[in-house]
Design a protein around this ligand. Structure first.
Ligand code: ADP
Ligand code: F6P
Length: 338
């Protein structure tokens, strides 16, 4: 027997009846659009869908509620996640995962959509391997640092917030002929720094993936002055191995004449606010794919975008095929900072 969709098209039989959805790890703008897409796609195909609050912690604690199509009305434009999110120590422990599996069984949930980064996927992989739970991942993190997808949900929004901040800093930096250090997020990833640096026309970009040479940085600033650059913007990824922006500014002051610089840390501003159209569309497309993958019997997979196509690949691609750092972007920034 096939199921009839609202448009009259006949789909293959749906054996899965109940799915769950949770968000996990650091929140990212577009997670709500992802939740909406999962809930609405489930409703479209006649599945029951349960929202699990606070990621794996809420799963262990049984913070699980049924959602219908109207439960996600009006959230596509909202940042954060209506399901809330968490990092959960207990889930690293097999006993915690066993409790989580029991909670799913109690609610009759047969498949789980996990919206998060590669850490959340590693948890999902274990839930799948140890307890046979069908799991599909959706990439939700601002860092854009996981394999299996060209872009993660939230990255575009965070990038645009960082660029807007750099543009504003540029005005005041130029007005006072100052050097500014602007710190953007990315504990292990320089992706936001690199791209916001290019889009914001930064003079320097410091990322964890390449060694930071403070004397060379000073030399570059001097050369800039000699060429008439009276203000400069140095974008620093929070995870740069030379330290946070404030420490790097102090190191520069210590060895040079550039003692009166300013530091701006954009921080969590990058994680909040309304998602861009790009992130909403990405979340919507991947949400449809995630639910239909579960219906098709897929498991242990993540959804992603490759080129402009949505794709499914193993969850392990997220950490095994981590997006490689591409230094050619830094090269572009360097040439254009002449
Ligand atoms: P992200 O998903 O954004 O990478 P984290 O790395 O903080 O965020 O992971 C989120 C949560 O996923 C962790 O707090 C933990 O509950 C779970 N998790 C992460 N890594 C593992 C792992 N190796 N085994 C089991 N659970 C994990
Ligand atoms: O993974 C996303 C991210 O925003 C990183 O860029 C940042 O280092 C980290 O999360 C900060 O997380 P939190 O402040 O939630 O601990």
């Amino acid at each position: 027997m096939g199921i009839s969709a609202p448009g009259g098209a006949v789909h293959r039989e749906v054996t899965m009846k109940r799915i769950g959805v949770l968000s996990s790890g650091g929140d990212s703008p577009g997670m709500n659009a992802a939740i909406r897409a999962v809930v609405r796609t489930a409703a479209y195909h006649g599945l029951d869908v349960f929202g699990i609050e606070l990621g794996y912690q809420g799963l262990i604690d049984g913070r699980i509620r049924k959602m219908d199509a109207r439960a996600v009305s009006g959230i596509i434009a909202r940042g954060g996640t209506i399901l809330k999110t968490a990092r959960c120590q207990a889930f690293f422990d097999p006993a915690g995962r066993a409790t989580a599996a029991q909670q799913l069984a109690v609610h009759g949930i047969e498949g789980l959509v996990v919206i998060g980064g590669d850490g959340s996927y590693q948890g999902a992989q274990k839930l799948h391997d140890e307890h046979g739970i069908k799991c599909i991942g959706m990439p939700g993190t601002i860092d854009n640092d996981i394999g299996g997808t060209d872009f993660t949900i939230g990255y575009d929004t965070a990038l645009n917030i960082a660029v807007e901040a750099i543009d504003r800093i540029r005005d005041t930096a130029a007005a006072h002929e100052r050097i500014f250090f602007v710190e953007v997020m990315g504990r292990h990833s320089g992706y936001i720094a690199m791209m916001s640096g290019i889009a914001g026309g930064a003079e320097e970009i410091l990322v964890p993936e390449t060694p930071t040479d403070i004397p060379q940085l000073v030399e570059n600033l001097r050369n800039g002055r000699a060429k008439g650059k009276m203000s400069s913007i140095i974008v620093v990824a929070e995870g740069d191995e030379a330290g946070h922006a404030i420490e790097i500014a102090a190191k520069v002051a210590e060895i040079s004449e550039f003692k009166d610089t300013r530091v701006t840390v954009i921080g969590h501003l990058q994680r909040g606010g309304t998602p861009t159209a790009f992130d909403r569309i990405l979340a919507s497309r991947l949400g449809v794919l995630a639910v239909e993958a579960l219906i098709e019997g897929e498991t242990g997979k993540m959804t992603g975008i490759s080129g402009n196509d949505v794709v499914l690949c193993p969850l392990s691609d997220a950490w095994e095929k981590r997006t490689r750092f591409n230094p050619s972007f830094l090269d572009v920034a360097r040439k254009l900072a002449t």
